[in-house]
Each structure stands twice: as structure tokens, then as C-alpha cells.
Design a protein around this ligand. Sequence first.
Ligand code: 5AD
Ligand code: SF4
Length: 452
Amino acid sequence: MINSANFTDKDQPYKTVFFETFGCQMNKLDAELSLGLLQEDGYKIVDKVDDADVILFNTCSVRQHAEDKVYSHLGALKTLKKRHPEVIVGVLGCMAQKDGEAIFKRMPHVDLVCGTRMFSRLPEMLLKIRNHGSHVLAIDEDQIVNVKRAVTYRPNFYQAFVTVMRGCDNYCSYCIVPYVRGREISRTIADIKEEVQSLVSNGCKEVTLLGQNINSYGKGLDGNVTLGDLLSELDDLDGLDRIRFVTSHPADMSRDLIRTMSRLEKVCEYLHMPAQSGSDEVLKRMRRGYTAGYYREFVRYARELIPHLTVASDFIVGFPGETEEDFQETVQLMEDLRFQNCFIFKYSPRTGTKAAELKDDVPDETKRARNLKLLELQKKISLEENTKMIGKKVGVLVEGASKSDPNRLSGRTRQNHIVVFNGSQELVGKLVGVLIHEVTDLTLFGKLTSCL
Ligand code: 5AD
Ligand code: SF4
């Protein structure tokens, strides 16, 4: 048991950390929280491994490709570690939780393996390694992550991600998340409200609430609390302009929540609700708990109640047994529902999941071809939908200089479109009106018309 009272770090010289994150938004937020803790502990963040005393990877296990990338990064550190054995190398997050001790066996130069619920103790663990030179394995599943975040630590001054629940109890047959992130645990409304309030007091205008399966927010909390209740409470906060939430599961989404969204002023007209497939047979084998028909009807209902709602989705191609007919049903769903954007993945078997017991029988080249087909279709749909925006005035929360052109500003609409336009730096953090005159499949370009 590591107890922070046992360690002090006053005599440590200058400490530097290189930190790289793979995977989902929750991982990125965990990275921010970890870096906040390390900075409080006196670490300086550096962007080159060669300048670092500590090298940490926050990892993802959702597909094999993500794991391969981390192992190849780790492998590349072998020589550095030989030259500088005092440098600490750590693996954090989902892969650490999943592979545990095996990481030390495969990569003996790794010093720290820290699972998904233990990173609040990073400073102590690093100190222990430094003082005792020993490996540390920390993958206790019962731990609850409770990090008091440093509100100043966020990727964009006007936006923040806030974790409202961790884990997932759904056990979709392909998914490793329930095994590496553990059972669902929701934070209380009071706790979340306090965090959002302090973010807002610090200048934040938009929050995105995060949960692997956010529609089951509240399960296990006292008093039958729901995501709708949380949204209603946050909607009352003065100074906050926008609220988003991800990721929604179609089977756990309720019509009640759609009605609440339509009523609440600050909740944006945007849903990320992965369909995964358009085939009922595949959905059944995926254990998703809904049919394609149900999904279609739900999107129709949501769009009827929430004008201008945009919906984003995820799809997996090449799930075991996916026939050409199954795939065509996915194509049809995509054509019919006209998502704002989609993330498309080739099925990757994950040891320990139910689907890993099925034969991974779709050849890789078929997976690749189906992946490409969906990507191209979505690109075409996004361009067509964005073209409909030409001539329209949209409300934009200005985020900062555009990444592709630092002389221009970039921001987002409530529907999550990226908008690029000319304007001065003073507009950053403000809500402005922009008249759209040009589009690509990814971006709307326009001219500033007003401050809202
Ligand atoms: N193979 C491919 N894609 C996967 N996803 C989750 N597990 C797998 C897997 N084993 C995708 C799903 C999910 C997204 C985060 O990753 O589409 O929504
Ligand atoms: Fe994975 Fe399904 Fe849970 Fe999403 S809902 S995290 S896909 S098990």
C-alpha cells in the first residue's frame, strides 16, 4: 500500500516529464488530470523524450493497432534506458490494466504499470521508483479515481471535459472497456456541479460531460438520479454557455432525455450515438440490445423534437460473420440517416471478450475495403450536408487561432461544426455570428457578421 504520508519529495532536483496519450477523450482527460497532479508535484512538462526524467504513456486497448503502437514506442526506448537507467518509463491506463505484470515481462525496461483507477497516486509511485529503484504495479480494480482537478489545466481556456461517470456495465461483445475500465461508477451531481462551477469561475464557457456509457449516469447513486437531472442542474449555472455530453448508447437513450435536451437552453443540439452496424443479425451478435429499426426510429424522434440536431456515429466493419448483405444494410443506414460525421473501425478481436470466441472470419482486405467504402460515403454526405449551410448565419463559440491558418479564427457551432473565419484575437471565448460562404466535408468557412 502506498501512502503519501510516507514520502516527501522536497530534496528532488528539477523533474521533467514527457507524456503521450493514445485513445479516447476520457484518456485525454485522465492525461490532463495526471499532468495537473505532476505539475503540482513540481514536474515540468517537456515535449521530447530525450529531455525527460520520466516518460509516461497513457494507453488504449480498444483495438490491437493502438496497443501495437504503444509497444513499438516502448521498444524504441530500450537504448535510451540503457544509456540512462535513471529515467523512469511508465505505462498507464487501459493497456496497463489489461496486461498488468505481462508488460514487465515483455518490456523489462518499464518501471511502472499503472491501471485506469490508480493514476491519482502517480507522484507517490514515481517517487517510490526513484528512491527504491523497484518496479511498481498498480492495477487495483476497486480503487475509485477521485482527483481534484486543477481547473486551470485544460486544453482550451473556454472549454473543458468533465468526467461524470467511469466504467461500463454493457458488455457489448467486441468491447474491452468493461474489463479495463471496470464497473460503472457515477459521480454525484453536487461533485460535478462544484467542478463545473469552478471551471466557469475560471473562464470556461463550454463543458463536455464524459462517460463511456453516459446514458446510464446516476445508476447506483441515491435517489434515482438521471443524466437529465444532471443536465437540468448544470443548465442553471450562470456564465456557462454550452453543455455537451458523450457517448450515448442507443439502448440506454430515453425519449425523456431527448425531451429534456429540447427544453434546456444550454444543452447543444448534438448527439454522439454509435450505431455500430445497420444489420440486426450483426447487432445481435454484438449484444447491442437494439435493432437498426429502433435506432432509425429513435433518430427520427430526436430530430423531430430537436430542430437542427446533428448526430454522429461509430461503425465497426468486418465483425465476425458480417456478410456482404449485412454490410449493405450498414451502408443503407448511413445513407438514410445522414450523420454529421462517423468514426469507422475495422473489427479487432480483443482477448477475453465474448466476440473473441467467434471466428474472426472476414478477411482483412474485405475489412479494409468496407472501411474505405464507409469513409468515402460519409465524406460525401458530410460535404452535401455542409453545402446546405452555405448562405446561413451560424452562432460560433470562438476557440482560438485556426490550426490550418493561424491568421484566422476557429470555433464550433452548437451542432459541433468547425467554423473558420477572419477576426481579431479579442473574439476568442466570445459567441459570434458567422455567415457561411464556403465548405469542405470537415469545415465551414465564413465571414464574421456580429457578436451575439
Ligand atoms: N474492434 C473495432 N472497433 C472497436 N470499437 C470498440 N471495440 C472495438 C473492437 N474490438 C469501436 C466502437 C466504439 C469505438 C470507441 O471503438 O465503434 O464505439
Ligand atoms: Fe464498450 Fe459497449 Fe460499453 Fe461502449 S457501451 S464502452 S462499446 S461495452
